[in-house]
Design a protein around this ligand. Structure first.
Ligand SMILES: Nc1ncnc2c1ncn2[C@@H]1O[C@H](COP(=O)(O)OP(=O)(O)OP(=O)(O)O)[C@@H](O)[C@H]1O
Ligand SMILES: [Mg+2]
Length: 480
């Protein structure tokens, strides 16, 4: 045990400004920035976004700029923001704490990352943290610098609201800066850059010294390995994440998919709404389970998601039961994998076989996603519904959730010109299959429309008809 004097000395040491300033750095600090990253670091333009392939060092550079300004301009206020606060925890905040502040830094080692509201610097500077899903807290004040991580996720309205929050506060310039991987060329961000409202920088892998050795002018071993992984990507993901190009996903199966329309902030679901789960089995490929709730007027909400590789079905079954505690799930609609279904049944989950007709299923999903000036979609997905991110998929830049599969789900080019059967490309389509099963379960014209009184006849007993999972101690795993 520490003696009283040692405790006081330890406390004084924590308060010693030199201990803090050892983390403060001259300009670029422990990092050297190159190319477009250097341009971003030095830019004082009011609106600047760096777009680029995966892993070019965009986020690290933007966050280091915030850290530098926080030390350089005492009393300044900055904001780190993403579309949702939850998604920031393991992306921007992880980079900021692990790579810039350092995990033992007193600025960040007091509060858990997921609960972090702000980073208070000893010189009076403050870096606030938040998501556009809960804007009230973060938008009530002004900032000298705002960093938007993955600016592509925001709507132009979000961006313009943030613009009203940047002012000169104890800094000689003010700036709204963002980073992003590229999207379609019709995205508002690309159009805003074309209209010269936003400076758009294009980062390259050569800008990241961990991947490219500038002294020797050659790729590092880490760079060679990383680029080889990105070379495995296909379609528009390859163009965007390997080469940083703003390209359209050609021939989208669901061209009406619009994140700001179909993704909704989670809300409390009525416990009497009809609920079911759709499952697509996989081990090397992801196992996907999606939880759906149907409102009384027939609108479907996907409110929870498992998307995970290399885990046994029996483990998934236990997790599904734990996550469904207290919910009345009428059935688990499954892919036709006899062994997988049997494992779920053994665990006490009542399964039904999915209707797998691809053409009918796709049309049914399209019908629900469609919207225009007079009609709203009838299928929605909760933001951040994913229970746990699969790190292997994230590292390989593969989709990690349903929302990321939608834009890349494209029709295969016709192999023979006389072919009349159109099929989507058979890659990264695991959630897409699951969504199809779910919608066919509810909408298939061949089945009797859902009426609770019919169910007694259809299933062996009422117990099998609706599964009521007891409320247990098990809770959802911590989300990133
Ligand atoms: N200037 C630098 N010096 C040393 N290492 C760097 C530098 N920039 C980036 N890195 C390394 O590269 C990794 C990836 O950087 P970062 O996450 O900033 O890339 P990114 O472009 O934001 O990637 P993504 O497109 O996936 O969001 C960092 O974790 C860090 O290890
Ligand atoms: Mg990044």
């Amino acid at each position: 045990m520490l003696a009283g004097r040692q405790i006081i000395e330890a406390m004084l040491d924590r308060l010693d400004p030199r201990r803090f300033t050892q983390h403060a750095t001259d300009a670029q600090g422990q990092y050297t920035f190159h190319g477009q990253n250097l341009e971003l670091f030095e830019s004082t333009a009011p609106e600047v976004v760096i777009s680029g392939a995966a892993g070019t060092g965009k986020s690290l550079c933007a966050l280091q700029k915030l850290n530098y300004c926080a030390w350089r301009y005492p009393g300044m206020r900055a904001l780190i923001v993403r579309k949702t606060r939850t998604s920031l925890t393991e992306s921007g905040l992880y980079t900021f704490e692990e790579w810039i502040l350092g995990p033992d830094n007193p600025i960040c080692n007091t509060v858990r990352r997921s609960h972090r509201l702000a980073y208070q610097y000893p010189n009076g500077s403050l870096i606030v943290v938040g998501g556009m899903d809960k804007p009230t807290r973060i938008l009530s004040s002004e900032y000298g610098l705002i960093f938007v991580q993955e600016a592509l996720e925001l709507s132009e309205g979000d961006w313009e609201i943030l613009l009203t929050r940047v002012r000169h506060t104890r800094m000689p310039f003010h700036q709204l800066l963002g980073d992003t991987n590229p999207g379609p060329p019709t995205h508002w961000l690309a159009l805003r850059a074309a209209a010269h409202k936003t400076v758009l920088l294009h980062g390259k892998h050569e800008d990241n010294p961990m991947l490219y050795n500038h002294a020797r002018e050659e790729w590092t071993p880490a760079g060679i390995a990383y680029l080889a992984r990105l070379d495995q990507l296909s379609g528009h993901r390859y163009d965007r994440l390997r080469w940083g190009r703003w390209v359209q996903a050609e021939g989208a199966v669901y061209p009406m998919w619009t994140p700001h329309k179909h993704l909704v902030d989670p809300f409390k679901l009525d416990k009497y709404w009809r609920r079911f789960i759709a499952v697509d089995f996989g081990y090397r490929n992801p196992f996907v389970a999606l939880w759906f709730a149907v409102s009384p007027d027939g609108v479907i909400f996907c409110y929870r998601e498992i998307y995970m590789t290399e885990r046994l079905v029996s483990d998934h079954a236990e997790q599904i039961k734990a996550l469904s505690a207290g919910e009345a799930i009428e059935a688990v609609v499954c892919d036709h994998d006899a062994e997988g279904r049997a494992t779920l049944e053994r665990a006490g989950l009542h399964t039904v076989a999915a209707k797998k007709d691809m053409s009918l299923g796709i049309q049914a999903v399209q019908k629900r996603l469609r919207y225009d000036d007079n009609t709203e979609p009838r299928l929605y997905f909760f933001r951040d519904a994913l229970v746990e991110t699969d790190k292997n998929l994230a590292d390989a830049k593969r989709p990690v959730c349903t929302e990321q599969e939608f834009p890349g789900y494209v029709w295969a080019p016709a192999i023979r010109t006389d072919s009349i059967r159109e099929v989507p490309v058979d890659v990264d389509n695991h959630s897409m299959d699951c969504v199809r099963y779910a919608i066919m379960y509810v909408d298939d014209p061949g089945t009797v429309a859902y009426q609770p009184r019919y169910f007694k006849g259809l299933f062996a007993s009422r117990d099998r008809m609706v599964q009521r999972f007891p409320r247990g101690r098990a809770r959802r795993k911590a989300r990133p």
